[in-house]
Design a protein around this ligand. Structure first.
Ligand code: SF4
Ligand code: SF4
Ligand code: SF4
Length: 521
């Protein structure tokens, strides 16, 4: 049987998954319907698993199909579906273009490191924390790179194209404001891209076979796979070319062995072999039991101690976190809880289901969703929350709830969204310019879509804001519009558990200027 076509098919499938996923993150003008997102991301293993256990729904069963495919054929997810895997392949390909004489070698198997990371990730999941998935899940890492680097880099190109086309009276492409950049997310994503870039440029899929906990898990699963790549000793001429093209570094040509833990089913060896020495064979042999003994009890104890150490350290770090005021003011304002996005239901649900892939960050039209650093503790690092210093949440928008692949944000209707109270407003009279400067303002009331803030008579015939929180949805339009610096006179404190806001009476809604006509930002 001729297996050489397998590589071609694999490359086309990988490019299809990669390009469609990338487009979701790079859709800066929001032309891709958000309802397509679940179909595009259906097979993404970690988001699908988190969503499945969150919703117990077959709609999120993509990871089961991936598991079945792994049991049948090996790590096909790593070579065809994973966007970070394809990104590494593209970098490896660039490396080969730069150095035509480059070839891969059999790599050392870093068992202790990879099993430590997998054990720590599983233990942290059992302890209720997604921190290691947030930092190591390949889809989330790719998402951070796409959202915080590629998307940000695309905006100047978009604007240049818009300006150029404008000269020819073409207005289909329009300029986008480059705003609300999260330098923490940009720095983190740059470090990740640099690290993975160097690893894949020099050693192919080294990241997948040492750091990635999903790669290690699928590697263990693929030991049982029904079909396996094998070196057929009768046809193999022993030239060793398969070893030089194996980007997983898993072919031991001398001993005619392939390490199935590390083989990512890229099929390079099939096309490279000049003598049909590589075959894809049915195999019922289980090698798990034989090799299982290698992970001795002492190592397990070490993993456990390592994880407990990490958790202990994290608690220590969390205790040390203090939100430092950025600027001075008369009455300093601190947020205890940033509002979790609409559809998350509660901060707790959000903490335990968001893998920080940053797809919602890319999808949010106002950029109010910002990856936070330590504001919500070490365990929730880089999970996006609403940051009203950056923007506000559009009243009738539900885009983030439509794209979230893990179920951290559950789908809600526009009607439900306009009542989803994600936070409550706090008015600090001592910071308000009506009080400090004795002048009219009312920016908060003007921009409040629910009229939870209205202006009521105060001293010297001027009016001052008054908040009725039962009408407030916590969108932060008031906070964003408030002109006081450095501290706001009105700000939103997130609700630990989302509440349902009441609709304000008609006369109250008509009291102020219609925000839809006057929204200036
Ligand atoms: S043995 Fe190496 S080259 Fe062949 S499919 Fe596996 S990873 Fe690819
Ligand atoms: S609902 Fe709010 S947070 Fe979510 S995408 Fe829309 S504006 Fe952004
Ligand atoms: S009071 Fe502020 S946060 Fe509440 S609904 Fe109005 S603008 Fe939004």
């Amino acid at each position: 049987m001729n297996f050489s076509k397998l590589k071609k098919i694999r490359v086309y499938v990988a490019l299809l998954f990669f390009v469609t996923t990338l487009l979701l993150f790079l859709d800066i003008i929001h032309i891709i319907p958000a309802r397509l997102t679940p179909y595009v991301l259906y097979f993404q293993f970690v988001p699908s698993t988190v969503k499945f256990f969150n919703q117990f729904s077959l709609i999120a069963s993509g990871f089961i199909i991936v598991l079945i495919a792994t049991i049948l054929f090996g790590r096909v997810y790593c070579s065809s579906v994973c966007p970070l895997g394809t990104l590494q392949d593209i970098i490896s390909r660039v490396a080969l273009t730069f150095n035509k004489n480059k070839f891969f070698q059999m790599l050392r198997d870093f068992k202790l490191l990879k099993y430590s990371i997998l054990t720590a990730t599983i233990l942290s999941l059992f302890s209720g924390s997604l921190i290691l998935l947030n930092l190591l899940d390949p889809f989330s890492l790719a998402g951070k790179i796409f959202s915080n680097l590629f998307r940000v880099l695309l905006i100047p190109f978009n604007n240049l194209a818009a300006l150029t086309l404008e000269q020819f009276n073409i207005y289909r492409v329009y300029p986008i404001e480059l705003k609300a950049l999260s330098w923490i997310a940009i720095s983190f994503s740059s470090i990740i891209l640099l690290t993975i870039g160097i690893m894949s440029f020099t050693k192919g899929r080294l990241f997948c076979n040492t750091i990635c906990p999903l790669g290690t898990f699928l590697g263990l699963t693929s030991r049982f796979s029904l079909f396996k790549i094998k070196i057929d000793e009768t046809d193999c001429s022993g030239c060793g070319v398969c070893q030089t093209v194996c980007k997983a570094g898993c072919i031991d040509n001398e001993n005619k062995k392939i390490d199935y833990d590390r083989c990512v089913n890229c099929f390079n060896c099939f096309t490279a072999c000049p003598s049909n020495g590589i075959v894809y064979k049915k195999s019922l042999q289980s090698i798990l039991l034989k090799e299982k003994k290698e992970i001795d009890i002492d190592k397990r104890k070490f993993f456990t101690r390592l994880v407990i150490g990490v958790i202990g350290l994290s608690d220590f770090l969390k205790a040390q976190v203090k939100v430092i005021p950025k600027k001075k003011s008369t009455v300093p304002v601190f947020k205890n809880v940033y509002p979790s996005p609409p559809g998350s239901g509660s901060v707790e649900h959000y903490y335990s289901n968001c893998t920080a892939c940053h797809l919602c960050v890319a999808a949010c039209p106002t950029h109010v969703l910002q990856p936070l650093f330590l504001e919500h503790g070490f365990f929730n690092i880089l999970q996006p929350f609403l940051d009203n210093s950056a923007a506000y949440c559009t009243f009738e928008c539900i885009r983030c709830t439509e794209v979230c692949p893990t179920g951290a944000l559950l789908p809600i209707t526009v009607e439900e969204k306009t009542k989803d109270q994600i936070g409550k407003t706090i008015f600090v009279k001592e910071n308000c310019i009506v009080e400090t400067e004795g002048t009219e303002c009312g920016a908060c009331s003007e921009h409040c879509p629910t009229k939870a803030v209205i202006m009521v008579p105060y001293k010297n015939n001027i009016k001052i804001p008054e908040v009725t929180n039962e009408y407030c949805v916590g969108c932060g339009a008031c906070e964003y519009a408030c002109p006081t610096i450095p501290y706001k006179a009105i700000y939103v404190e997130g609700n630990e558990i989302h509440q349902i806001a009441k609709a304000a009476p008609q006369e109250r809604l008509q009291q102020e200027i219609d925000y839809k006509e006057e929204f200036p930002f």
